[in-house]
Write a protein that binds this ligand. Structure first.
Ligand code: ADP
Length: 230
């Protein structure tokens, strides 16, 4: 699904944000990307979204060398990936329904598809009853769910989630990761960027640790999910 081959990203400031990174993420995986601030996590995410191209090396998503994409092929490629940004990027004055419908409309979905798909993804994230609420009236955890629903609107094979628990209390954080795990069980590959070690230890799974642009750890660990109590 995602393949990085000897990828280095050199910024004009003189910093190497990623150094000769090799990484393979298979279809159906759930991967945590962890690392301190400045480790290169956002740079890795931008590479996977083709917001950046590597200074050297190649990035493949679904077996395509995405660095070679040009013009509107880049926009078309991005539509095949679901992204949940740290700041959500929702339209606050729109309803929950409209925010999700918007993602479908820009991807040229039919009205019929929109009418079917929006309630489906809202139910999936547990927000079926909030469809008519304005986003600005929602809690942080609910906004996060709207952002996830919108990212899933076009049924992407890959979902990238950037620090989804950054502004949430612990209980909501565990619920959001639980939801992402559920989405993964339904077949979507999930890459979650986080710096919250407790959460990662609790859920377990494949953990990729970045340090100064280098992968220093890439292993699957068992979680302690069964022992968590509020
Ligand atoms: P993280 O997401 O793990 O905090 P980043 O990928 O944002 O890490 O940053 C990795 C390194 O690259 C840091 O040293 C950061 O200061 C630097 N960096 C990130 N973006 C830019 C940029 N646009 N121009 C110059 N340096 C950058």
């Amino acid at each position: 699904m995602v393949n990085l081959k000897n990828v280095t990203v050199h910024y004009s400031s003189g910093i190497d944000a990623l150094v000769d990174v090799n990484l393979h993420i298979s279809e159906g995986e759930f991967v945590f990307i962890v690392g301190e601030s400045g480790a290169g996590k956002s740079t890795l995410m931008k590479l996977m979204l083709r917001e950046l191209t590597p200074s050297s090396g190649r990035v493949f998503v679904n077996n395509r060398n995405i660095g070679a994409l040009k013009g509107n092929k880049i926009a078309m490629f991005r539509r095949t990936i679901g992204v949940v940004f740290q700041d959500f990027r929702l339209i606050e004055d729109y309803t929950v329904y409209e925010n999700v419908a918007f993602a479908l409309r820009v991807a040229d979905s039919s009205s019929k598809t929109i009418r079917q798909r929006v309630p489906y993804v809202l139910n999936l994230v547990g927000l079926g009853s909030k469809a008519k609420s304005k986003v600005r009236e929602l809690s942080g955890g609910e906004k996060q769910r709207v952002a996830i629903a919108r990212a899933l609107a076009n049924d992407p094979g890959l979902l990238i989630v950037d620090e989804p628990t950054g502004n949430l209390d612990p209980k909501r954080s565990y619920e959001i990761v639980g939801l992402l795990k559920e989405i993964n069980r339904c077949g979507t590959t999930v890459v979650m960027i986080t710096h919250e070690h407790d959460l990662v230890q609790y859920f377990g799974g494949r953990i990729i640790n970045l340090e100064k642009g280098v992968i220093t750890f890439d292993e699957t660990i068992g979680g302690s999910e069964d022992y968590y109590e509020e």
